[in-house]
Design a protein around this ligand. Sequence first.
Ligand code: SAH
Length: 215
Amino acid sequence: MFIQNYSKLRQNMVETQLMRRGITNKKVLDAFYKVPRHLFVSPEQRFKAYEDFPLPIDHNQTISQPYMVALMTEALDLIGDEKVLEIGTGSGYQTAILAEIVEHVYTIERFEKLSQDADKVLKEPGYNNISIKVGDGTKGWPEKAPFGGILVAAAANHIPSLLLEQLAYNSIMVIPVGGSREQELMVISKDRQGNITKQKTLGCRFLPLIEDQDY
Ligand code: SAH
């Protein structure tokens, strides 16, 4: 069988999909060089793991396109000493990227099976700065708040107020907001006084963020 040279594919992904499209943050690029994306998809999808599109995972969900993961991570403007909250663990790939950069990642997924699988994959490289739980991420993780960054990897029709409350001063939340077919990636900043500014960036397509009441 043809053995893929994954590190070469990874390098190629970083150069052609991320750098060429304007991702410059060194911490973000280094994380992408490092995290073995092919381990976060099923064996049948592995040969496509470094391609420029999302891929299916269990429960009809997807692992986001590499560029989107990079863009959202870069938008958080992380220094490295933060605790970050991620909503929508999915495959765990975005979680690993964040864990390469920050002090601790708290991640919430509503499907138990996805959460368990992600937990398994993430344990292998020995990440010890990730906490995973199953539940409705729109409620956040109040016991661990405030967070120095919040990344929502599913499409919201409004900005969940509990997440905004759990965002630390001088920190950023990134969240796709809009309808079920398409959304705008919003970058929400809370300044040192607690004032909020919302900035619409590019259009995107995520699977829906499902709140408890929608189940
Ligand atoms: N970041 C993931 C992409 C996940 S896709 C990756 O790189 O693989 C979006 C995920 O959000 C799905 O797994 C979905 O089950 C989850 N999700 C949707 N609504 C949620 C909610 N309210 N709380 C937690 N997770 C949710």
